[in-house]
Design a protein around this ligand. Structure first.
Ligand code: AMP
Length: 562
């Protein structure tokens, strides 16, 4: 059974596998490598990916997207009136990637290495593994996205030592890492990131700017209108990747509206986002104590924007390299990691050393203010796996137990950090001043923390810090697995037909005259055969319709829907 690598992205997800000495991307049922991370439950079925993304326009309340941003929280997302956790929706996407991989490889796939943003905390990591479980995938290893990118960019055959900066700027998150490569070792020196900064923020700012320019109150727009406005903003952003200027068009309640934007406008509107990007890069460089960067590798869809590349070149003084397909690198790296895990010949000696990107500590009472202050046990950017012990004395000689509160974060004040859990330890009496508690934190290679406390009498308390509120019992997990398995998923065949129909709908909107008739006739042909449930004829019709739509899309200069 094969182990695959998965990049479970905010906007798109991809799978890859180590095959014939290299990472190979796995095409989905529509022949594309990117599967939009969108789920729609409509027309009596569950849709995932490209068609789900198209159906989302018609059914915004029955669709969910960008759920990765909510991973590890209890927040439910609704497909109509049915609530799903972010990990359940992720599982629906993972399930589809697993099936596509099985189809591509011709064998069962029951294990995956999934990439996560380096800045994902324990709750988010736990939720990601749970999503795998819910999809029927064993997830023994998570790999940090920038580390996966580093693995993919590391030249296996190069003898040269080098230090590079990986800037992974996706739809919802930014991760920056400083990586040193020597011999067969890829060492992550430092990572920094922003969990809430990505391409979606640029769309949002452009959409807000559009509203301002047209005097539209954002709160007057319904969800569908806001969604279509965001889509127009995204389209405009993408056009600005191709050209210096672009026209943003939007069909509002009062008809079609337009706005011309230039790259300079984009820089102005999004200035605070550029500043946030710069601050994260500077933090990573500071933490790595390294300013001798040999190259900069840009990863993630947002790095396609020339204004981002320009900005990075300006403040780093090095021209960044952009791979041909920056959005495929993380998945390829996850496949390298899967290959290492399987001990595949070409990479079995390759070693990735990763780090813990945040500080972990316990709360200690400040005697003057009674404030709970952070006492770091493991500081950020220590190499994984890592273990460290700190000794503490109880506040009073008489207390019969201690409660050790565990936090993650960089703030001095515990209230501003993420609370991870509590260890309770009894404190038997002993002579004055001889009582102590030793707290040991051990961080494993998946970025999961284990805390242990031992007192002067040798009594121990131990806890593996996994989140309490999103944790499910085995029965609950089993019940949700069955529930997700039994959803009415659309078949591959139906999805391929729906995909063509979605392309037809868009073409119809875009073209005029005879071309419109051609689109309509072809779409009608597909619809009539769908109703008759004649798979062979439908397949033949798809083969006939596809080149027609290809031709028209090319004629109109439309980007592929995928
Ligand atoms: P990722 O999460 O890496 O798939 O990145 C998705 C983000 O990249 C989304 O915000 C997209 O709008 C953005 N993106 C993808 N392609 C382009 C492009 N050609 N120009 C600008 N942004 C893009």
């Amino acid at each position: 059974m094969a182990v695959i690598g998965i990049d479970l992205g905010t906007t798109n997800s991809l799978a890859a596998v180590w095959k014939d000495g290299k990472s190979v991307l796995i095409p989905n049922r529509l022949g594309a490598c990117l599967t939009p991370s969108v789920v729609t439950e409509a027309e009596g079925a569950v849709w995932v990916g490209t068609v789900a993304r198209e159906k989302r326009l018609a059914y915004p309340r029955q669709s969910a997207a960008s759920f990765k941003r909510l991973m590890g929280t209890e927040q439910k997302l609704y497909l109509g009136d049915k609530g799903y956790t972010p990990q359940e929706l992720s599982a629906v996407v993972l399930r589809q990637l697993k099936q596509d991989a099985e189809e591509f490889l011709g064998e069962a796939v029951d294990e995956a290495v999934i990439s996560v943003p380096a800045y994902f905390n324990d709750e988010q990591r736990y939720a990601t593994r749970q999503a795998g479980l819910l999809a029927g995938l064993k997830v023994e290893r998570l790999v940090n996205e920038p580390s996966a990118a580093a693995l993919a960019c590391h030249n296996l055959h190069s003898q040269e030592d080098e230090t590079f900066l990986v800037i992974d700027f996706g739809g919802g998150t930014l991760d920056v890492s400083v990586v040193a490569c020597f011999d067969q070792i890829v060492e992550i020196l430092a990572v920094a990131g922003d969990n809430h900064l990505g391409g979606d923020d640029f769309d949002q700012r452009i959409a807000e700017h559009f509203c301002r320019e047209h005097g539209i109150g954002q709160d007057t727009l319904n969800p569908r209108q806001w969604l279509t406005l965001l889509q127009s903003a995204e389209q405009c952003k993408r056009l600005l990747t191709e050209k210096e200027g672009a026209m943003m068009e939007w069909e509002g309640p009062e008809g079609k509206m337009g706005l011309i934007l230039s790259r300079d406008d984009l820089i102005r509107i999004c200035a605070p986002l550029f500043k946030r990007l710069e601050a994260v890069v500077q933090k990573a460089l500071r933490d790595a104590s390294s300013d001798a960067i040999d190259r900069i590798v840009l990863v993630g869809g947002t790095c396609r924007m020339p204004v981002i590349r320009q900005y990075i070149r300006h403040f780093m003084n090095i021209a960044p390299m952009t791979e041909d397909h920056p959005d495929e690198i993380v998945a390829k790296g996850a496949a390298v990691y899967a290959g290492i895990k399987e001990r595949r010949e070409e990479i079995k000696d390759l070693l990735l050393t990763d780090i813990c990107p945040f500080t972990m500590g316990i709360g200690v009472r400040d005697p003057s203010s009674q404030d709970l202050l952070l006492s770091p046990v493991i500081e950020r950017n220590c190499v994984l796996p890592f273990s460290r012990e700190q000794s503490y004395t109880p506040c009073t000689d008489t207390q019969d137990h201690v409660m050790i509160h565990i936090f993650q974060g960089e703030s001095m004040h515990c209230s501003e950090n993420l609370f991870l859990g509590t260890l309770h330890l009894d404190m038997p009496p002993a002579s004055s001043g001889s009582r102590f508690v030793k707290v040991r934190f051990t961080y494993d290679i998946n970025g999961i923390l284990e805390a242990e406390a031992v007192n002067h009498a040798g009594m121990k308390a131990r806890k593996r810090i996994v989140n309490s509120h999103i944790r499910m019992s085995d029965e609950e997990l089993e019940e949700r697995i069955i529930h997700l398995k039994n959803l009415n998923y659309i078949s591959r065949e139906e999805e391929q037909t729906e995909y063509l129909l979605a392309r037809g709908d868009r073409l119809y909107r875009e073209c005029l005259g005879r071309d419109r008739d051609v689109v309509q006739n072809n779409s009608q042909l597909l619809r009539s055969l769908m109703d008759k449930k004649n798979p062979a004829k439908l397949r033949a019709a798809r083969r006939q319709v596809e080149p027609v739509f290809d031709y028209l899309e090319e004629k109109l200069g439309l980007e592929k829907l995928i």
